[in-house]
Write a protein that binds this ligand. Structure first.
Ligand SMILES: Nc1nc2c(ncn2[C@@H]2O[C@H](COP(=O)(O)OP(=O)(O)OP(=O)(O)O)[C@@H](O)[C@H]2O)c(=O)[nH]1
Ligand SMILES: [Zn+2]
Length: 325
């Protein structure tokens, strides 16, 4: 009698919903909708169709958890993701690591100089973000250091990308110029920061989260050497239930395969004009009746964007595109 009662009590559990904010390997830290932090393990099969991932659940996932009377908690269900970014564990294996799920946006930190971020790099990043359906803002950092000429070029880039549909910010993480606008843009959103080494990501994130002092770059390189599968992401809270995702050692999005005629889908303005190309599978290189090339000639599409587009196509042919990401 007593034992069967005990059995009953042990099997009473509470169902809660929450957000995975940290992944430490075998444990996941879940912030419940009531605001509690609960360490959970996984129960059940969460394999995604078509992906063999080393971690079935990632930071940013919305999950349902069972908390039983012993205080142990299990993740039992995962909600459909609106997007996620992955990285292959190695070139040879088909295994992937899900870095983060349900991103609202990505802030790509770039610099006109010190170090220079090329438009090819920016455009490749934007194209892969489009493929992953993650909106991107461009954060031009180090405005305090630029010459007049560099500032002029910066304004040109800002015009170009704003016009295409990517919000741009001109900031100095060092002296604080524009940082408040970044903070505002982070409110209530889940945001991933990316960018070349040395552009000032850590400086910016530390300016936003002074109490956290996460020093993203430095930790990542030490932590990540040759251990591709043990990169654990973490989310740091910002205003209005927003989060910054720190992904140690991850500089870009995962690889993705696409056909030649698909590359243009990931350049918003090229895609727009391509509707008027004579051939449906136009790659906008030498085909007759190409509306995209005409738009480049008439300066409706910028030459630098078109050059980046061709750059991706050429790299694909040489098989380099995959390794670049
Ligand atoms: N002049 C100037 N220097 C900056 C600014 N932001 C960062 N820096 C400097 O740029 C250098 C690199 O900054 P980090 O924040 O470490 O760059 P990071 O992007 O995190 O680089 P990794 O850690 O390699 O990924 C440091 O010396 C910073 O002090 C800025 O707005 N203006
Ligand atoms: Zn065309």
């Amino acid at each position: 009698m007593v034992s069967s009662l005990l059995f009953l009590i042990l099997h009473i559990f509470i169902l809660e919903k929450g957000l995975v904010i940290k992944n430490t390997g075998s444990w996941y830290l879940v912030k419940t909708d009531e605001g509690k932090l609960i360490e959970c393990k996984i129960k059940g099969n969460f394999r995604l169709k078509g992906i063999r991932s080393t971690n079935p659940i990632a930071v940013g996932d919305r999950v349902q958890i069972n908390v039983n009377a012993e205080g142990t908690a299990f993740i039992t269900e995962i909600e459909d993701r609106k997007n996620y970014i992955i990285r292959r564990s190695s070139n040879l294996s088909k295994q992937s690591h899900i870095i983060a799920a349900n991103l609202d946006q990505c802030m790509l930190v770039v610099t006109v100089n010190y170090p220079e971020t090329s438009t090819v790099f920016i455009d490749r990043f934007l194209a892969s973000a489009e493929a992953y359906r993650v909106p991107v803002c461009l954060v031009f950092n180090k405005v305090d250091r630029y010459t007049e000429e560099e500032l002029h070029y910066l304004d040109g880039l800002t015009n170009l990308y704003t016009h295409i549909g990517y919000p741009c910010y001109q900031i100095s993480a060092l002296d604080g110029t524009g940082v408040d606008e970044i903070k505002q843009a982070l409110e209530g959103k889940v945001t991933l920061f990316s960018g070349h080494s040395g552009v000032g990501k850590s400086t910016l994130i530390n300016a936003i989260l002074p109490e956290q002092n996460i020093k993203t770059g430095e930790i990542s390189t030490a932590h990540n050497k040759g251990m591709h599968t043990t990169t654990f992401s973490e989310m740091f809270p910002v205003a209005s239930d927003g989060y910054i995702i720190d992904t140690p050692g991850i500089k870009g999005f995962g690889t993705f395969d696409m056909k030649d005629e698909e590359v243009g889908h990931y350049f918003k303005e090229i895609f727009e004009f391509s509707a008027q190309c004579k051939y449906g599978n136009c790659t906008h290189r030498h085909e007759p009746g190409c509306a995209v090339r005409e738009a480049v000639e008439n300066h409706y599409i910028s030459e630098s964007r078109y050059a980046s587009y061709l750059n991706i196509l050429e790299d694909k042919e040489e098989g380099k595109y995959r390794s670049a990401y």
